[in-house]
Design a protein around this ligand. Structure first.
Ligand SMILES: [Zn+2]
Ligand SMILES: [Zn+2]
Length: 389
């Protein structure tokens, strides 16, 4: 942030103004400056300034930082702890919200639309969160019912009456006589813009729409076992309707981040575990980290297991939605050869191999080969795949 503009000055409010006052001041200025309404050359620039001032002063954390340090980001920390980052989809950026608000709302189109639209956001969660289920607080912007008039669009003492022109239908029918007979055309009522109401004293904050742009936070309950691409609906948290009409819903699309440890196939989880060749030959028991926090899974590796072999453990995969069951955990073995055996260990193994008629080199030949290839031990160690932090 370079130029030091005073956000309070931009909105024309006192430094101790409360949230409502700030919002009212912002809406009044923004409504007058919105590019859809104001065609003056500097209107857009001013609109941006007002918008920036409001985005800081309407956020408690940013405002506190701005007051204390003169910078909404404070001393480099990010504010808004505990709130999840979400992506809005379906064209619901702040610009679109402003356009709906300032650009005349329902009167813009051919068909009157007074109910609010559904809105969509994407919420990213971790695999562990998907496994256990969780509650997330997401933040987004929407047109919300106006606080000052409770969504009615009416100032105190004002009245909503049925539009006298269209008698509340929001549409007018014009009849024309043509040589083919009478032709009827229906169109939006020019008096009430299709809402069917008229207001004698509209609310100043929302300009009679009954809704205002608002920074919203909402808690979303995410069920255990949720899949990527699945959508959850939060009823009534989409765009608010005009003058108390039905609000749209908030559609939360889940994006599960799998991370490095597990790969998910349906409700099954795959993970790779290292075992040494000796462990694979003789069999062993692994203590493996599960997907739920603090979950440990005991995995029996049978004697004679092969590299890349799958060992399935029922009931330790992802929860199956709508039941108490879980998928399976599939452990994929990564067999590694120990490179640090002592001369005595090697001799013991050599005698077993020789008795089996396997093509092993004698101690002398092995020594020569080692000298020839150089750092045999070092190579064996680095060939071990990086795994387990
Ligand atoms: Zn009307
Ligand atoms: Zn209002």
């Amino acid at each position: 942030m370079e130029a030091k503009v005073d956000y309070y000055e931009v909105l024309g409010v006192d430094r101790d103004a409360d949230a409502r006052t700030i919002k009212r001041a912002f809406l009044k200025k923004a409504r007058a400056l919105h590019p859809d309404v104001n065609k003056a050359p500097d209107a857009e620039e001013k609109f941006k300034e007002v918008n920036e001032a409001y985005s800081v002063l309407s956020d408690e954390q940013k405002r506190a930082n701005y007051d204390r340090y003169g910078d909404p980001d404070g001393l480099g920390g990010f504010g808004g702890a505990g709130v999840d980052v979400s992506d809005i989809f379906g064209g619901f950026g702040m610009d679109d919200i402003f356009s709906s608000f300032f650009g005349g709302g329902a009167s813009g189109g051919r068909t009157a639309r007074t109910a609010g639209r559904d809105m969509g956001i994407t919420l990213r969660i971790s695999l562990a969160e998907a496994a256990s289920g969780c509650t997330k607080t997401v933040a987004y912007d929407r047109l919300a019912p106006c606080d000052d008039c409770n969504g009615s669009g009416c100032a105190e003492g004002g009245h909503v009456t049925t539009c006298s022109r269209c008698h509340g239908t929001g549409r007018v029918v014009t009849v024309q006589r043509t040589i083919l007979g009478q032709m009827q055309t229906q169109s939006e009522c020019p008096v009430c813009h299709g809402t069917g109401h008229s207001i004698d004293h509209p609310c100043e904050t929302c300009g009679g729409q009954g809704r205002t742009p608002n920074h919203e936070t909402v808690k979303v309950e995410i069920p255990a076992g949720v899949h990527s691409g699945q959508s959850l609906k939060v009823e009534g948290y989409g765009e608010a309707g005009i003058r108390g009409d039905r609000s749209g819903d908030l559609i939360v699309r889940i994006d599960v981040q799998e991370g490095e440890r597990f790969q998910r196939e349906g409700d099954d989880l795959y993970c790779v575990e290292d075992v040494t060749a000796l462990e694979a030959m003789c069999g062993c028991t692994l203590d493996v980290e599960g997907v739920l926090s603090d979950e440990r899974v005991s995995v029996t590796v049978p004697a004679g297991s092969q590299h890349a072999q799958h060992i399935e453990v029922e009931g330790y995969g992802m929860p199956r939605q709508g039941s108490h069951a879980r998928g399976k955990l599939v452990v994929v073995l990564n067999v590694t050869v120990p490179g640090d055996l002592s001369a005595e260990d090697l001799e013991a193994i050599r005698s077993i191999a020789a008795a089996r008629g396997e093509r092993v080199a004698g101690a002398k030949a092995a020594e020569q080969a080692e000298g020839f290839f150089g750092h045999r031990h070092g190579r064996a160690a680095s060939a071990k795949p990086k795994h387990k932090k």
